[in-house]
Design a protein around this ligand. Structure first.
Ligand code: SF4
Ligand code: SF4
Length: 66
């Protein structure tokens, strides 16, 4: 199971999470969500489940599972 669940349709591509992830585990998708934004994608092999993205995202995109 993924360490972080991403609600991709809530993402507005602001980039705060990409900037603040200490492991550079977040990038933007190649495709678009239902609002027309490229959305945050987490590389599970880099993620340490620190919760920084959860704290940083103004739109409640992330949920930490462990
Ligand atoms: S939980 Fe931490 S390491 Fe994982 S994607 Fe979010 S900010 Fe990055
Ligand atoms: S902080 Fe939230 S809204 Fe902004 S790019 Fe990251 S997931 Fe998307």
């Amino acid at each position: 199971m993924s360490k972080v669940i991403v609600s991709k349709d809530k993402c507005k591509q602001c980039g705060y999470c990409v900037k603040h992830c200490p492991k550079q585990a977040i990038s933007f998708s190649a495709d678009f969500n239902s609002s027309g934004f490229k959305y945050a994608v987490v590389d599970d092999s880099k993620c340490i489940a620190c919760g920084m993205c959860y704290t940083t995202c103004p739109d409640g995109v992330f949920e930490i599972t462990e």
